[in-house]
Ligand binder design. Sequence first.
Ligand code: 5GP
Length: 179
Amino acid sequence: MNLEQVDILYDREQVMARVKELAQEITKDYADKNLLVVGILKGAFIFMADLVREIDLPLEIDFMDVSSYGVSTVSSGEVRIIKDLDYSIRDKDVLIVEDIVDTGLTLQYIKEILAKRGPRSIGICCLLDKPSRRKAAINPEYVGFAIPDEFIVGYGLDYAEQYRHYPAVCILKPSIYEK
Ligand code: 5GP
């Protein structure tokens, strides 16, 4: 990690401890359900991988890719499906796994699309939540950390496709994106 570019917000140990707690709650809540965990690419890939390995239930996984911010740090409010799910979600208890909920517009759109496909339920688990920035009525059932309005990278999250591999949840120093 290049500490001239980022400040660590939560290190890997803190993140893993919280991921385990979330997985325990999910394990309790989804016992006797038909759990399908849907990861939103690419940001959720590391969180998803850690989370599902701590969920002690039978489950299926699938992925969806939607357009995000591109190289800007400001939401355009426009969301486009780049890769849809591979399988039907009819009668499944869908748990959407997202890296971060900011305005909530992305998840609102994804939820609307998935709701039309006949799932038994749709829940949301996000690693990070910026509640101060919300524009859509999205309230995730499971939140890793509520955070202030900073631009986050690492643990799957990128800036212009960089930093996803950093093991910690980091704040990108504004000097990097305000150039
Ligand atoms: P929303 O539609 O809730 O405004 O935005 C959700 C998406 O925006 C996230 O899945 C993520 O791709 C991107 N995003 C929002 N805040 C941040 C952030 O602080 N860092 C990064 N890397 N992406 C963010």
